[in-house]
Design a protein around this ligand. Sequence first.
Ligand code: NBP
Length: 478
Amino acid sequence: MAGQSRIGVTGLAVMGANLARNIASRGVSVAVHNRTGSKTTEFMSEFGGEGDFTGTQSLQEFVDALETPRRIIVMVKAGKPVDGVIADLTPLLDKGDIIIDAGNSHFPDTVRRTAECEANGIRFMGVGVSGGEEGALLGPSIMPGGDPEAYAEVKDVFEAIAAVVDGTPCVVHVGPGGAGHYVKMVHNGIEYADMQLIVEAYDLLTQVAGLDAHAIGKIFEEWNSGDLESFLIEITGKVLAKVDEKTGGPLVDVIVDQAGQKGTGTWTAIDALGLGIPLTGITEAVFARGLSALRAERAAAAKTLTGPTPATKVDERLVDDIREALYASKVVAYAQGFAQMRAASVQNGWDLKLGEMATIWRGGCIIRAQFLNRIRDAYAEHPDLDNLLMVPYFTEAVANAQDAWRRVVVTATEQGVAIPAFSSSLSYYDGYRRERGPANLIQGLRDFFGAHTYQRTDAEGAFHTRWAQDGTEVRTDG
Ligand code: NBP
């Protein structure tokens, strides 16, 4: 017989436990389960008094505790564990029950799981959740994808637990199939780009402006009150200000310079390559993490490879220039990420409303920022916008910043400081604003060695030149 809990959460590590507590704090009854039963027991003894929880030890008990149609949030490690949980749940469920994978699953897995569940009469939703452990507890940004009718069964719960900005909950039904996890993937990719731009600014302020971590922390604190205002800028100020108890110096100075990653940035970059969308900001951010991981190689190369040694001197204009370069590069990174979502939406028939994505990223998630209001406004006015750079607000913002941006790229290059995201964003900008680029020569080369043909600017059709033979041009399509 079906039980009384409105919703279930299986997987009680930090994210699942906090999501369950968030749901219960809104007066919704929650059944909880974890593969290792002792974690459920611990959860119940620690948090059971916070709300209407039912702790369960077996999946059968868990399923039996839920009202029908059953709504089950799966919050386990992404990858095979999700398939394992679905396989274990399936024989215990009735037709029409809903499995909600709220972990960081790769969207092609979500597409596959949706079809597999559908074949068994089970409705499947892939839901992106951002905000880390605190967001899960206090209000995340939620990106639900899947069957809209299934979403209608959980909409009230999701709206109750999501972050709220200006009275609007940071959740909206993103689209069918893998759309929710896709958007969460791009969100994470943008997070990579945002963080890379921040560390490039930090590196320049350290190496070229000659400032220490605490001074740079204060600069970030100031920057957080302008156009750059965002969660990541805010916490950068805090991380840089943190004093290490052991050394008495900035904690950041004793942290190993090797960045970890769980793969969502790589997925975003690979997907952009498949779509043919230039995604320099995010992709360079992934490469930079890869380079950071080559710690032993870098140590050897530092002794062998030569280059300029940055001359450190405090320069007021440089600090301002870096802020402008950071902002302009950030605009480019977002323009690219949104262009990628647009292309994916067209390719997959998702009908993503890009303004809504900006709206639900304004709160709860890691990339939350004032700036997203501007993106929301841009899509409200131009829903079919090709590129955010073409909206007057962003066109002007980058135009105003570009002198400073160019100075920063020149200075960094002259001084030997790597700024892959700053400089590739500027190159993207310069490439994007060119009516006629240099790819005519690529076409000529391809035609030379592979007879791939080319088009002419002054005539319709496909042409081939016998470059190495008699040099004659032939039209190949008619
Ligand atoms: P983890 O990703 O560390 O996963 C631990 C949970 O997975 C435990 O409940 C564990 O059960 C369960 N599990 C594993 Br591992 N293998 C299992 C299997 N074969 N069958 C059933 N359960 C299994 O937890 P998390 O950090 O809370 O993250 C959960 C999801 O949320 C992930 O997809 C993650 O990427 C995503 N996410 C995390 C964050 C974050 O800030 N951490 C933010 C946003 C999204 P056990 O106790 O029995 O081992």
